[in-house]
Write a protein that binds this ligand. Structure first.
Ligand code: G6P
Length: 612
């Protein structure tokens, strides 16, 4: 889950590399490093443990490092603790071959033993040092140039990697290799860039190349060539990125997370507008037509983290509307379960990054089993987007904060649209309800803006409860799905122990943990379940809980039970998640701020989890 960058041009490389790494810091931030070749052919490697700013200070923002060709890395430790010695770049002992890597070389021990037998010594605990030294070994042993050495090493690597490698003897080139880890390449006049995602490149160009699996790219100054494992040159067409460069900047907000929370109405509106045309949902770009829809016997939604919680809500929405059996599962479980699937099943993979290792493995398994696959993905050109049969792109734009907000909200829209249209095709949703749901869908962005206006009350409440040790979120049905996401946000960025329970289940365990003052958030947006959830709230209150309630305007009787209430505007019951999640995002955000934590980069987490 590390981030890598590369620059080859005429400008001073180090400041460009550091700026690029700052855009990728969400991918890992326990150490960082750069390698830059100067005019005399020598390469300077500078590394630092800790946040990127330590490396930046060490190099005076990059100004202290000479040279116009370089590579850089920001690390999320997998093999070896965060330390300067384990930080990338890694190099051969003579500094002839230098590289950075994102991913995991699974058979690194076996390769390390082989290299040790050939006299290689290792200084770090990383798989990357082994990979670079293997390339060095083939480079020196066969003497057939970098492309030969890299492709030869690639046939020996097992695992995922996006690598950028420099060779002393080829001073004007950067070599890049990829398998199952993201990498994007961009060209501008006389210069070339590579990065783990488009955000470091957007400022220079919107025309980018997505290098495929088991392919190598050779970056010159303003040029790029692609090769397959047989070293045959291949053609890759550039793609145009529609993301705005400013979208990846904080733009006056204190944190990316609060900026992204405020961008939700736009992310939702853009995603709705991409599929609602003339008062109807049009899935033609997704490629799901009536005939396809009617063939679907069952649906499995597979994802990780918040994307899984979108699946939990999606299960209620799709099953409820389209009357198709839906199962939702964590990708890390699904991939080892040997699921029962055939061509009549649809597997929906939900992923912001499109690169999550477990979700990608789940997708491949589903395909192998013959199921039809659909990805709800935010990052265009990502691995999942490229490998699914159908892709529904969410239009959330670049999301930088580790904890997702606007991508989650955009994914929900995709679920609603799918549920509604499948229902329409199957005849389980009449014209009148369909039309009213479309109208409600289009009202959501404005309603979300209204909920955001209530943020000061939530900020006040968060400050009051900043010392909370434990928190419980309860709800039924869709409200349970909302509770799961609210609880995850609280853990992720506020480090509060929190649990989400189906409200009816609290009597089977968690109620024993309720003491005087324990904070419980009750979510009750579903009419049919309101009284049931309220009773569960009364049960915890009578054991001393302090209660926050979230419900729709009009359900004022909740005030008899809850100590603090947040109301959301009325919408179709299937859409309430989009509104009720906002106060919970704000609660965890303000609580994290009140505790003085690093909101955008919470400890131990990374945004894009490309390891198992
Ligand atoms: C990480 C992020 C979460 C995200 C999950 C799945 O854990 O911190 O915010 O929900 O990965 O990521 P994906 O890119 O597949 O949606």
């Amino acid at each position: 889950m590390c981030g890598i960058v590369g620059y080859n041009g005429e400008k001073k490389a180090a400041p460009i590399l550091l700026e690029g790494l700052s855009k990728l810091e969400y991918r890992g931030y326990d150490s960082a490093g750069i390698a830059v070749r100067n005019k005399t052919g020598e390469t300077e490697i500078v590394k630092a443990k800790g946040r990127l700013k330590v490396l930046s200070e060490k190099t005076d923002g990059g100004n202290a490092v000479e040279g116009t060709v370089g590579i850089g890395h920001t690390r999320w430790a997998t093999h070896g603790e965060p330390s300067e010695i384990n930080a990338h770049p890694h190099c051969s002992d003579d500094k002839n071959v230098i590289g950075v890597h994102n991913g995991i070389i699974e058979n690194y021990q076996e390769l390390k033993d082989k290299l040790a037998r050939h006299g290689y010594t290792f200084y770090s605990e990383t798989d990357t040092e082994v990979a670079i030294k293997l390339i060095d070994y083939y480079y020196k042993t066969y003497n057939q140039g970098p492309l030969y050495a890299i492709t030869h090493a690639m046939t020996r690597f097992r695992g995922s990697y996006a690598m950028a490698v420099m060779f002393k003897d080829y001073p004007d080139q950067i070599y890049a290799a990829r398998n199952d880890a993201p990498m994007v390449i961009g060209l501008d006049e006389g210069e070339s860039f590579l990065a783990s995602d488009v955000t470091p490149i957007l400022k220079y160009t919107k025309s980018v190349y997505y290098i495929g699996n088991q392919q190598v790219a050779v970056l010159g100054k303003g040029s790029v060539k692609f090769y397959d494992l047989d070293q045959m040159e291949i053609d890759i067409e550039p793609s145009t990125v529609t993301w705005d460069a400013n979208a990846a900047e904080r733009g006056g907000y204190e944190h990316f997370m609060i900026k992204e929370i405020h961008e939700q109405p736009k992310a939702v509106r853009d995603t709705i507008n991409s599929v609602v045309k003339d008062g109807k949902i049009d899935l033609s770009e997704v490629g799901i037509d009536e005939e396809t829809a009617k063939k679907i016997h069952s649906i499995q939604i597979v994802a990780c983290g918040s994307a899984y919680h979108v699946g939990v809500v999606g299960q209620y929405v799709i099953e409820g509307l389209a009357r198709i059996p839906v199962r939702v599962e964590l990708a890390s479980e699904f991939r080892y379960r040997d699921p029962l699937l055939d061509e009549n099943d649809l597997v929906i993979i939900v992923s912001q990054s499109g690169e999550t290792a477990d979700s990608l493995a789940a997708l491949r398994l589903a395909k192998k089993k013959g199921a039809r696959t659909l990805g709800i993905v935010n990052v265009v050109g990502s691995s999942i987007a490229r490998e699914v049969d159908h892709v529904f792109y969410t239009l959330a734009g670049p999301e930088i904060a580790v904890a997702t907000t606007k991508a989650y909200s955009a994914q929900l829209i995709a679920m609603y649209a799918l549920g509604m249209q499948l229902a329409k095709y199957k005849g389980t949703l009449d014209d009148e309800r369909y039309a009213s749901m479309i109208e409600e869908l289009q009202n959501l962005p404005d309603q979300m803006s209204r909920v955001l206006e209530d943020k000061e009350r939530i900020q006040w409440f968060a400050a009051k409860y900043a010392n909370a040790q434990d928190m419980y979120f309860i709800g039924r049905g869709i409200d349970y799905g909302i509770s799961l996401e609210g609880s995850l946000k609280m853990k992720e960025i506020s480090y509060v122990h929190s649990e989400a329970y189906a409200a009816g289940e609290i009597k089977h365990g968690p109620i024993s943990l309720i003491e005087n003052g324990t904070l419980v958030v009750g979510v009750a947006t579903q009419k049919r379940l309101f009284e049931k959830t309220r009773s569960n709230m009364v049960e915890v209150k009578s054991r001393g809980a302090y209660l926050m309630g979230i419900t729709n305007y009009g359900n004022y009787s909740i005030e008899d039970t809850a100590d603090f209430v947040v109301y959301i505007p009325k919408t179709d019951e299937y859409f309430t998640t989009s509104l009720a999640i906002i106060p919970l995002q704000l609660l965890s955000y303000y609580l994290s701020c009140a505790k003085g934590l690093n909101v955008d980069k919470p400890r131990n987490l990374a945004k894009s989890v490309t390891v198992e």
